[in-house]
Design a protein around this ligand. Sequence first.
Ligand SMILES: Cc1ncc(COP(=O)(O)O)c(C=O)c1O
Length: 444
Amino acid sequence: MTLDLSPKEISPLPLGVERTPQGVLTFSGISLKELAAHYGTPLYVLSADVARQRAREILHAFQKVLGPRIYVSYAMKALYIPAFLAALKDLPLHFDAASAGEVLAAQKAGIGPGRLRLHGNNKTDGELRLAAGGGVGEVIVDNLDELSRWLSLSPKEGVRFTLRVAPGISPDTHEYIATGGRGGKFGLDLESGEALLALREAQRGGLPIRGLHAHLGSQIQDPFLYGKALEKLLDLRAAWAGETGRWLEEVNVGGGAAVRYGKENELSPETWAQALADALARRPWREPRPVVGIEPGRAIAAPAGLTLYEVGDGHRVDGFVPVVAVDGGMGDNIRPALYGAHYEAARVEAGTANDEEATHLVGRYCESGDILLREALLPRLRRGDLLAMFLTGAYTHPMAMAYNGIPRAAAVLLEEGRHSLVWRRETEEDLFRFHRMAPWQETS
Ligand SMILES: Cc1ncc(COP(=O)(O)O)c(C=O)c1O
């Protein structure tokens, strides 16, 4: 039997993924076949080594290009399993939470409040109170309603706050993950003057504003858009300085850097940082330089994860692309069904030469849109084969659901040749932990 490792192998294999001479895929040096046998499938396989490597690459690129006045905040919404967060804890990162639940995830990972930043539109009063009491180090206020609620809370000294601006920039990405345009649900409109109005309101409220923020969206490949966003924020900062004589300390251009899922190009940390450096270099020399922040989520978490599936039933009709089902699907990865996200996959054990065919890889959920990969060139799959779908570390586990009464998958963390279960597999019994048999209450 000849092992078919190239040229049809995905090339290059994702960071941390290799094939042994025997043709078995490994991640972070650990055999995926062994992990499947140990923990079952579907399984989220997360690598602390890859996550740290990605975070370090981003930190180094930004420090190298922009100097020390930068900070990087990991957007926990991409993946907030506490053991995964703990793997990032020793790096000089901040951590963005989108809710009190994500703040709790960070607490469980032992991350102190000073490193936490609270985001989100329509934060609850409870979340704002948590922040005001010092539960986080910084709040990013999303809109005027939230601003007045925030100002009424008399936040504890030292809790910083920043205003989120909608800069009117629409990236070329799926509309569900584009957030920087006008008239959407996030941020204070820049062009109409709403953002400037918010600055004045905040000033009247007597609270010092730390800075300005914008997040354009996700899976952004064009670095120029970041330069443009930074420029718009700096223009607003300069206008504010003209009005008050005060230069805001911080400007944050959000996250969203694209990863290479297959068809898309990665936005490298160096290119991303350079786009910001170029925008800064175009500013008048007299303008004081702000601290520049970024908030990558996907760029750290996506390559740090893959999903292991076992192949189940297949189905062939003459004249149509063969359909092969795996034991997971939209319940563990909603992204292909939600916004047509594209991935790559490979069989864990290399195939014999020339047995590839275009295949629709589908899940086991009762939706015809439950298609993980469309017309993917895969070896001819048979029941029991193991399949690895790459770069699934971001926006999969946090979006998992138990549709069809199918329990959610487990997650295992790999680090320096060791593995550990960090999210146990749900059971059918777990699905009913909130259920009650209608204990009726009489109305008075
Ligand atoms: C405000 C904010 N910052 C950062 C991110 C992270 O984006 P990404 O994971 O694409 O880097 C998001 C994602 O939605 C976001 O809403």
